[in-house]
Design a protein around this ligand. Structure first.
Ligand SMILES: C[S@@+](CC[C@H](N)C(=O)[O-])C[C@H]1O[C@@H](n2cnc3c(N)ncnc32)[C@H](O)[C@@H]1O
Length: 305
């Protein structure tokens, strides 16, 4: 490592940008250095955050054409992972798959796992509530929520998915379907007595959850309730099962499921950081599910008065 005293001047730095030309007194190339100055670190961060990343990538590929094949392979992999990671496409493909086997089946026909969750909705949400269902998907849970509340708004990020939900609920009293996007920034402030989201929060990572749940908090009237299901690691063997799923299906956007899962305590910390108080937490039971599956953890949260 080069000591502070030996640090090259900025002119020498420019020279060092081309390692091949940076020959020492011995005639051998000087080793690259690994101790950037504070000022250099800041310049690197500013450049990394700038929008010219693709220009730099193009320059790199022109200088090192042997990287072209690698870049092409990664671009193809990224495009395919991106398509699979798109919620709308992946859920609509799920609906197609279900219909292939069950011609009149909707999104989640095989999922099950609603009894504990709906039991909490019935127990806590007043029958007169003006409620919002977040991420209603094909209307599977919407059908159960509708008779339990006064008025219901149901949202999702895709109008194609909302059309599925509309068709699945034609026989019920009116439901207002709203198209949404992003992390809840478009929710109106203090509109709802209750917000209900089954099997939605697992789509968000830590930072996204903080933003999403703050927006849900804002959308609730003071005293309003947020009932949400998540996946947690609480019991022995659950982390190992999750690791096996990652081994079999890939992680993050490479996984067809894109399931985020955290210890229950972490979820609680996130909810409390957003201002919620925890009213009740109950885990679903394994026998509620059609397939073998780690049961949801269901949170009942309140925006304090
Ligand atoms: C796993 S499905 C669950 C559907 C339904 N709640 C159920 O349990 O049957 C998740 C749904 O959330 C929707 N979704 C994803 N991101 C969303 C977001 N940011 N806001 C609202 N809905 C979202 C998806 O389009 C999908 O329909």
């Amino acid at each position: 490592m080069i000591s502070m005293e030996q640090r090259p001047t900025s002119r020498e730095n420019e020279h060092a940008a081309s390692p091949a030309a940076n020959h020492g007194a011995t005639g051998r190339p000087a080793p690259v250095r690994f101790d950037a100055t504070e000022e250099e670190s800041q310049r690197i961060q500013a450049l990394a955050g700038s929008t010219s990343g693709s220009v730099r990538l193009a320059r790199l590929l022109l200088r090192q054409p042997r990287l072209m094949l690698h870049a092409a392979r990664i671009a193809l992999q990224g495009a395919s992972a991106g398509l699979r990671a798109d919620h709308t496409l992946s859920w609509l493909v799920h609906v197609e798959t279900v219909r292939q086997v069950i011609p009149d089946g909707g999104m989640g026909a095989t999922w099950g796992g609603l009894e504990t969750f709906m039991g909490l909705v019935e127990k806590h949400v007043p029958k007169t509530a003006h409620a919002l269902e977040l991420g209603c998907g094909g209307g599977r849970v919407t059908r159960h929520i509708r008779p339990l509340v006064g008025t219901l708004v149901a949202n999702d990020i895709s109008d194609r998915i909302l059309a599925e939900a509309r068709a699945a609920t034609v026989d019920l009293s009116a439901i207002e379907f709203r198209l949404t996007h992003g992390l809840g920034d478009d929710l109106r402030s203090e509109e709802f007595d209750a917000v209900i989201g089954h099997e939605l929060l697992m789509q968000f990572d830590f930072d996204e959850l903080l933003r999403y749940c703050s927006n849900v908090f804002r959308a609730l009237k003071p005293g309003g309730l947020f009932i949400a299901s998540v996946y947690t690691f609480d019991e022995s063997g659950e982390m190992a099962r999750h690791m096996e799923m990652i081994r079999n299906h890939g992680a993050g956007v490479r996984s067809p499921f894109r399931v985020h899962r955290m210890p229950r305590r972490t979820y609680q910390d996130i909810f409390e950081a957003c201002g919620f108080e925890v009213v009740e937490v109950e885990r679903s039971r394994p026998e509620e599910y059609k397939a073998q599956k780690t049961p949801h953890t269901n949170f009942v949260l309140r925006r304090p008065l």
